[in-house]
Design a protein around this ligand. Structure first.
Ligand code: GDP
Ligand code: MG
Length: 448
């Protein structure tokens, strides 16, 4: 699996440094294969991996993750984002019943879902009613009635021998939908779930009927139900339904099967609509809120690689802090390498600056933070990297000609090398003081 292949590379690559184009391409190739294995539609795979590649090439290098891990992290973030980010909740009506309409191909799992959704909502204290608007298949109405019974919710359905449109609007799904919503209003149901007919393939009549139902009842949500096993057809089907009924959310059904769920990514990617629920079996309770993060790792077939990544990121900070603490306990010298490592730590914290800026009571450090420029870290890094190992350990030997050489090597002015050495000297003093006082090392890279 992708997980195995990437884990093998993880072992030797920790903290390798910059993401090279070769690293990115090798990992992106594995990702592409994983997505195709998961049956994500080909054009979606192409666009997605293109985006990932671009982002990975421009990515800041994390000290905690090796290049593959870092790319996987990016891939995961992008997947979660496309799949809907945070799990979205059902939009409720401000007045009157909340109307939920189901749409999708025949056999997608709409009728089954109607029961699951109803039972789930009932469990949350709602009083749903189901409306049977699939008048196409002979047994569709009976099927919904059985489903309703299992869920313990009433079903509004037309009678075959109907006479008056309002009481028994047989034959016309649009009239049934309208009457069903009216029934809900009168009997004070706060949710109406409207089941509709599907065809085996998308066809104009069926879509027109769904469109008319939508227009007649103005639903709060139109949920597009799609079989997780649909594979490459997902894109065309989703686009047809999006154009036809402009659905507001997606439900992925039959996720209990082997399908890795690539359809979720295909649909979400081409329509921009969030996946909201997952159907995971034939039973009325086989239903859950959709979790984009879980789906992302299922699509990638990542096992616990994502957990590994999280742990690596957490332990990096701890490792580094522990290393520094030990150094001071041992009264070792604070070197330019340590100085650089601390600067990188600051960078790894990424949005720390933004976060601190928003915190109340941070007035006194705010001024310092405003002066803190992340590009400064790049310059410091370049300068330190232009020094020899010996110079880094014993900066005292860095005389005028060495300074000139270092400046040339790192592409900065000599005055910047001087400035860095001066700040380093101050930091070193500060660290010594803290070591004697037993305090925690601070962030000497910070100007102020
Ligand atoms: P509809 O035509 O869209 O209304 O689809 P149905 O609700 O009638 O479902 C079609 C078939 O798929 C039925 O045999 C269901 O029992 C089955 N089905 C629906 N949802 C799921 C699911 O999540 N998992 C599994 N394994 N079967 C399902
Ligand atoms: Mg049905």
């Amino acid at each position: 699996s992708l997980s195995d292949r990437l884990t093998a590379t993880f072992k030797n690559l920790r903290g390798k440094g910059r993401l090279t184009e070769a690293d990115v391409d090798a990992t992106v190739r594995e990702i592409r294969r994983a997505l195709l294995d998961a049956d994500v539609a080909v054009p979606v795979v192409r666009e997605f991996t293109g985006q990932v590649r671009e982002r990975a090439l421009g990515a800041e290098v994390s000290g905690a993750l090796n290049p593959s891990q870092q790319i996987v992290k990016i891939v995961n973030e992008e997947l979660v984002e496309i799949l809907g980010g945070e799990t979205r909740r059902i939009r409720k009506a401000k007045t009157g019943p909340t109307i939920i309409m189901l749409a999708g191909l025949q056999g997608a799992g709409k009728t089954t879902l109607a029961g699951k959704l109803a039972k789930w909502l009932k469990g949350q204290g709602h009083s749903p009613i189901l409306v049977a608007c699939d008048l196409q298949r002979p047994n569709a109405v009976t099927q919904l009635q059985v489903v309703g019974q299992r869920a313990g919710v009433p079903v509004f359905a037309p009678h075959p021998g109907a006479t008056s449109e309002l009481e028994h609007p047989a034959g016309d799904p649009v009239a049934v939908a309208r009457a069903g919503v009216e029934e809900a209003r009168q009997k004070l149901h706060d949710v109406v779930i409207v089941d509709t007919a599907g065809r085996l393939g998308v066809d104009a009549d069926m879509m027109e009927q769904a469109r008319q139902i939508r227009r007649a009842i103005v639903p709060n949500e139109v949920l597009f139900v799609i079989d997780a096993m649909i594979g490459q057809d997902a894109v065309n089907t989703a686009m047809a339904f999006d154009e036809g009924v402009n659905f507001t959310g997606v439900v992925l059904s039959k996720l209990d099967g082997d399908a890795r769920g690539g359809a979720a990514l295909s649909v979400a990617s081409v329509t921009g609509k969030p996946v909201m629920f997952a159907s995971t079996g034939e039973g009325v309770d086989d239903f859950e809120m959709f979790h984009p993060d879980r789906m992302a790792s299922r699509i990638l077939d990542m096992g616990d690689v994502l957990t590994l990544i999280e742990q690596a990121e957490k332990s990096w900070d701890k490792d580094e802090a522990a290393r520094m603490a030990k150094k001071f306990a041992d009264q070792e010298d604070f070197t330019l390498d340590d100085f650089l490592a601390q600067m990188q730590q600051i960078r790894n914290m990424g949005s720390m600056k933004k976060m601190l800026m928003m915190m109340p009571g941070a007035q006194n450090i705010r001024q310092q933070l405003e002066q803190f420029d992340e590009r400064e870290i790049d310059r410091v890094e370049a300068i330190v990297r232009s020094m020899t190992p010996h110079e880094r350990l014993a900066p005292k030997i860095i005389n005028g000609s060495r300074r000139a050489r270092i400046a040339r090597g790192s592409g900065v002015h000599v005055s910047e090398v001087n400035g860095l050495l001066e700040r380093f000297g101050q930091a070193q003093k500060m660290m010594k003081k803290m070591a004697q006082g037993g305090g925690m090392p601070g962030m000497p890279g910070m100007p102020g």
